[in-house]
Ligand binder design. Structure first.
Ligand code: PAF
Length: 282
């Protein structure tokens, strides 16, 4: 497995593979791997001849008071995990090689980035869209695989690829969960045992909404009322949003139908902000 730090070397590597007729699948990550990341790598390996994993904690997608500095990092552990997968190269650039002095260009997906996480994280999606564009330019993948846990991110990237004619096939991969239902996330590393229990309010809240909907409840107002009460019954939880949105446009819905996704962001103990999502109807 190659470990590539320099964007120019990564580009040259990818060009050589393309000349040899190999297809490349990219899994963009910020590291601190868990089973969710590994499942994205396996999906990419199913679809392409070679898998490249990018490992870069992208500073431009963090707001001034967010967790850039303390975002969990363990490069050696990540390398050990990735070596057990069918990964041909890890691209781990230094921030100063991705953002050169005088850097002043960004990609922003206007409308989709204003909903949900965009409200409390106003710079986040421009940072994501910009770095993903840069990763696509450097790695030149045929396919890129993203987790569906970051539901809005996936919608933003799909839109961006369509709008800018970027020739990369975007694949969404289902959320991987712990045995008790908690969606896997690098930020779960921040949770102490009490907060870990409170974190379950997201996945169990989603399950409760699905139960009520299965019994015939279609009113978003009724489902949201039950859900808010339920999540707040867990100590230390504060809802950032619990929104019933259209899967493609992310617009708020009043009545549940087969396109309705419940998207959740909940602060746990004022320290950790977790997200989860899922279709309300089967
Ligand atoms: O989902 C992530 O880990 C990041 O937002 C991504 C796509 C790697 C861009 O930095």
């Amino acid at each position: 497995m190659e470990i590539v730090q320099n964007p120019a070397d990564m580009y040259a590597w990818s060009k050589n593979q393309a000349r040899a007729g190999k297809t490349v699948g990219l899994v963009p990550t910020m590291g601190f791997f868990h089973e969710g990341h590994l499942s994205l790598m396996r999906k990419a390996a199913e679809l392409c001849d070679l898998v490249v994993v990018s490992l870069f904690v992208n500073p431009t997608q963090f707001g001034p008071n967010e967790d850039l500095e303390k975002y969990p990092r363990d490069f050696e552990r990540d390398l050990a995990l990735v070596r057990q997968e069918k990964v041909a190269a890890v691209f781990a650039p230094r921030p100063d090689t991705m953002y050169l002095p005088g850097y002043q260009t960004e990609v922003s997906v206007k409308e989709l980035a204003t909903h949900l996480c965009g409200k409390s994280r106003p710079v986040h999606f421009a940072g994501v869209a910009t770095v993903v564009t840069k990763l696509f330019n450097v790695v030149q993948p045929d396919v890129a695989v993203f987790g569906e846990k970051d539901f809005q991110q996936l919608a933003v990237i799909r839109r961006m690829v369509k709008d800018l004619n970027i020739p990369v096939r975007i694949i969404g991969h289902p959320i991987v969960r712990e045995a008790d239902g908690l969606a896997m996330s690098s930020r779960n590393a921040y949770l102490d045992p009490a907060n870990r229990r409170a974190a379950l309010s997201l996945s169990t809240g989603l399950a409760k909404v699905r139960e009520l909907a299965a019994e015939g409840e279609r009113s978003v107002a009724a489902l949201a009322k039950m859900l808010e009460k339920y999540i707040h019954s867990f100590q230390g939880t504060a809802i950032d949003y619990a929104s019933f949105v259209h899967a493609d446009t992310l617009e708020l819905m009043d009545i549940v139908d087969e396109k309705t996704v419940l998207a959740l962001a909940v602060h746990i103990d004022g320290k950790v902000r977790l997200i989860d999502n899922g279709y309300v109807l089967p």
